[in-house]
Write a protein that binds this ligand. Structure first.
Ligand code: KIV
Ligand code: NA
Length: 278
């Protein structure tokens, strides 16, 4: 396969072709996402929650994002890879933002970056896009601001909030983003934002009228322990249950000596071809 490009992603909106985005954080998840035909892989800073075990995305570092991006790029060489800029790494001015985004591109191998925020990021976005770094915006619930917001709440509930989302989306588009993630935004407001900009909107918990959808790998697969079922997620498999059952059986087999069996071992007189083993 060949990775989608920024112009092709933008054209998908005009053509009415929905964009399927999924997060991935390592080599096997990236390979599987590519094999399944995901349009864009997002190396989300949600890795802080689902891979690293933090309560929020705030502790995630630039090094974490680069490290995971490298693994994803190795696993999905034919897919567009977008990497989240982590907490505060794009809030110290355009210079510092460019330095950090350039590391994600050069060292990580990402094709684009994503950052949470609206009109206040216009200068940073202009600097990046002028430097060859494509940017996706992220509006609505912005998890890096959870301590400011006071929880993971649905956005766009009153008219002030709706107006601000619309003007932020316009500002992001004017600054040069090639897409906007809308997270936990009420359905009509997400629809209005989608109508008001030429660039695709990619929704998560933002209803049926966005130009694309994004979900977290571990959420759609229930990969992990104690994954909370969220209203905006559709669960496609229960990998956590499958893995737990498999490991339970393995432990049981070792304890009861049901594993290994004779066929798992290497007798002295094995034929050379069988002795290859792997
Ligand atoms: O980090 C992430 O996974 C995200 C998506 C939920 C949009 O930002
Ligand atoms: Na994120």
């Amino acid at each position: 396969t060949k990775a989608l490009t920024v112009p092709k992603i933008k054209a998908m909106k005009q053509a009415g072709k929905p964009i399927a985005m999924l997060t991935a954080y390592d080599y096997p998840s990236a390979r599987l996402a590519e094999e399944a035909g995901v349009d864009i892989i997002l190396v989300g800073d949600s890795l802080g929650n689902v891979v690293l075990g933090y309560d929020t995305t705030v502790p995630v570092t630039l090094e974490d994002m680069i490290y995971h991006t490298r693994a994803v790029v190795r696993g999905a060489p034919g897919t567009m890879i977008v990497t989240d800029m982590p907490f505060a790494t794009y809030r110290l001015g355009p210079e510092e933002t460019l330095r950090n985004a350039a590391r994600i591109m050069r060292e990580g191998g990402a094709h684009a970056v994503k950052m949470e925020g609206g009109a206040d990021l216009a200068e940073e976005i202009r600097r990046l896009t002028a430097s060859g770094i494509p940017v996706i915006g992220h509006l609505g619930l912005t998890p890096q601001s959870v301590h400011q917001i006071g929880g993971y709440k649905v956005q766009g509930k009153d008219s002030n909030d709706a107006e601000r989302l619309l003007s932020d989306a316009k500002a992001l588009e004017q600054a040069g983003v090639f897409g906007i993630v809308l997270e936990l935004v009420t359905e009509p407001v997400a629809a209005a934002v989608t109508k008001s900009v030429q660039v695709p909107t990619i929704g998560i918990g933002a209803g049926q009228n966005c130009d694309g959808q994004v979900l977290v790998y571990h959420d759609i697969l229930r990969y992990g322990s104690g994954i909370r079922d969220k209203r905006f997620v559709k669960t496609y498999a229960d990998v956590g249950e499958t893995i737990r059952n498999a490991i339970t059986s393995y432990v049981e087999d070792v304890k009861t000596k049901a594993f290994p069996e004779a066929k798992h071992g290497f007798p002295l007189d094995d034929s050379p071809s069988k002795a290859e083993a792997l």
